[in-house]
Design a protein around this ligand. Structure first.
Ligand code: GRF
Length: 187
């Protein structure tokens, strides 16, 4: 299977996925798509000799040009790894049940518009949660709403800060995103 990763930021998850699938018999990462020309993820793609495409934010409104680029490259699955634009309906229709996102909390808690990055971990801390974690899920028309493929948890202790929560959550992401994608696309 041919995977495209969409990412807007550092791309630490994207990097782990390129590494995870580098020698994988079932899937390979063939494209990294970003909406930011200076996103760190583009450098990771270069290091892994994975092709990149950068689109303007406006291209994610209709999504037709993005879709044409994916189809030209026979992309089977789209993986969102810190991609901060809403996925256009054209892509959701063309890739129904073939778009996978990772969210840094236990959805349906701490999801929805504006809930990304440190905002999530700050909200978890302020709510006094005793655990948090990650949700890997399919993407539909609504933010953070699609079917869950997997959740993994970590404890939140009294001494944790949003920053230490972020570190714990990120290590779950790096550990479980690749295997969860692999399991979904091979069964
Ligand atoms: C991750 O926390 C992921 O859950 C969220 O965006 C973040 C991306 O981080 N959707 P990175 O760019 O992969 O380091």
């Amino acid at each position: 299977k041919r995977l495209a990763i969409f990412a807007s930021g550092n791309g630490s998850n994207a990097e782990k996925l390129m590494h995870y699938f580098a020698e994988n018999p079932y899937a390979e990462v063939v494209l990294v798509v970003s909406n930011k020309s200076d996103a760190g993820v583009l450098k990771h793609a270069e290091n892994h000799t994975v092709e990149t495409c950068v689109f303007e934010n406006a291209d994610f409104v209709s999504g037709e040009e993005v879709l044409a680029n994916l189809q030209q490259r026979d992309i089977d699955y789209i993986v969102l790894a810190g991609f901060l634009r809403k996925i256009p309906d054209t892509l959701i229709a063309a890739y129904a049940r073939r778009i996978i996102n990772i969210h840094p909390a236990l959805l349906p808690k701490f999801g929805g518009k504006g809930m990304y990055g440190m905002h999530v971990h700050t909200a978890v801390k302020e709510a006094g949660e005793t655990k948090t974690g990650i949700t890997i899920h399919l993407v539909d028309e609504e933010f953070d709403n699609g079917e869950h493929l997997a959740q993994y948890t970590c404890p939140v202790n009294a001494e944790d800060t949003p920053a230490t929560i972020a570190t714990k959550v990120q290590s779950l992401e790096h550990q479980y995103f690749g295997p969860t994608i692999e399991k979904y696309i091979t069964c």
